[in-house]
Design a protein around this ligand. Structure first.
Ligand code: ADP
Length: 393
């Protein structure tokens, strides 16, 4: 069994709290990604699981055993890092088998494990090669094979693909996913790249400033973000978020009033409204008048074609690019993704319409999610408390 539990795991460095009271339950065979911006505490969390760093407080369990203060060699884990550091004077076979030879495994067992691991990572024909005869991706696969031969209960991977070029990285993601499912070994994978986390993991644990924000399957984090941070961190391009105040029937913001069905207890509350680029639509001003319950007039500032869709950057009518940011803390543009075959042009006046069933609302002070559906807030699993539930508190 390779289940891993963190109980209030905390790491302090003098006045820095790198990780604060982290609680995670990772199931046997699960692929969990730790993701968040640089410096948020991902590597420190992984290091506490590996034993390379000891927690200041809290407990770590692997396979039901409390290993909090055990050194890495006494934990049933194998690690893969960004810089795999192969021994240059050893061939692929020797590199893969190094750890087993060090532990005095017998030759037949070493042969069996190396052969099996090399087959899994598709290096069977390259066992005699030296590392300098391998591409970056192949070297990374040697590093993974070296972890596989250990037959650990848990794989710990820290940005293992960060040094590879974009195409190879995408390919290796699939390889690692396939391999993980094939071997069924619990895997904890650190990445700063939300797209990598979304595509690979069974669940993603999103961390910010040492605090766990949400731990859930990727599509749940995307569709039902626990708070404003998760909402804008997950998804590319990012969710549009702007400030508003809840009125009796509508949420009022500088440029749009959006009809809502929130309870009376929310009236007068400051909120942030979130709309993903694919949940807003443009209606040319020559067309029928847009649904007035969630629309506003805007001008197409820039069109950015990316192939399968086009990103339209819009300025609310009367707002200039040089004005103070009105749509969020940083921008006065709203981003909407539109059909690339559209005949909408730059400088055109349009109405922007939101799909109210996909409008997210966050508390203005705490940032915690209030709802993910303005038409029927209850179905969104909604109101206050969802952030705690998402974190598993
Ligand atoms: P991430 O992996 O998410 O980029 P880290 O876990 O490496 O983040 O770091 C989290 C925080 O802890 C950062 O603010 C970092 O500067 C700090 N930190 C990490 N290791 C040390 C250390 N050995 N001494 C002091 N501060 C550290």
């Amino acid at each position: 069994m390779g289940n891993v539990t963190l109980r209030n795991a905390t790491k302090r460095y003098e006045d820095i709290i790198a990780v604060n009271e982290m609680n995670l339950e990772i199931e046997d065979g699960e692929f969990l990604c730790l993701v968040g911006p640089s410096g948020c505490g991902k590597s420190t969390t992984l290091e506490m699981i590996s034993g390379l760093t000891l927690p200041s407080d809290g407990d770590i369990e692997i396979a039901g055993e409390n290993v909090t203060n055990d050194p890495p060699k006494d934990r049933d884990i194998a690690m893969v890092f960004q810089n795999i550091a192969l021994f240059p004077h050893m061939n692929v076979y020797e590199n893969i088998s190094f750890g087993l030879r060090l532990r005095n495994f017998d030759t037949d067992e070493i042969d069996r494990r190396v052969e099996q691991a090399a087959k899994i990572v598709k290096l069977g024909a390259m066992l005699d090669r030296s590392p300098k005869e391998l591409s970056g991706g192949q070297q990374q696969r040697v590093g993974i094979a070296r972890a596989i031969v250990r037959e650990p209960a848990v794989f710990l991977m820290d940005e293992p693909l960060a040094n590879l070029d974009a195409k190879l990285r995408v390919h290796m993601r699939t390889e690692i996913q396939r391999l993980q499912k094939e071997l069924g070994i619990t895997t904890i994978y650190v990445t700063h790249d939300q797209e990598e986390a979304m595509t690979m993991a069974d669940r993603i644990a999103i961390i910010n400033q040492g605090e766990l924000q949400q731990c859930a399957p990727p599509l749940e984090c995307y569709g039902r973000p626990a708070n404003r941070f998760v909402a804008t961190f997950v998804g590319s391009p990012s969710m549009n978020v702007f400030d508003g105040v809840v009125g009796t029937d509508t949420i009022e913001s500088d440029h749009v009033a959006i009809e809502h069905a929130l309870g009376a207890e929310y009236v007068d509350r400051n909120v942030s409204v979130g709309v993903r680029p694919e949940n807003a639509y443009l209606v040319s001003s020559d067309d029928e008048p847009a649904n007035s319950s969630a629309s506003f007039p805007a001008v197409v500032d820039v069109l950015e074609p990316v192939g399968d869709q086009t990103y339209a950057y819009l300025l609310p009518q009367g707002v200039e690019t040089t004005d103070e940011a009105v749509m969020s803390d940083e921008t006065n543009q709203l981003l909407v993704s539109i059909d690339p075959d559209t005949d909408i042009e730059e400088d055109e006046s349009v109405d922007v319409v939101f799909d109210r069933e996909k409008v997210h609302v966050f508390d203005g002070e705490t940032g915690d999610a209030i709802t993910h559906n303005l038409v029927d807030p209850a179905t969104a699993g909604g109101a206050a408390g969802s952030a705690e539930e998402a974190r598993g508190d």
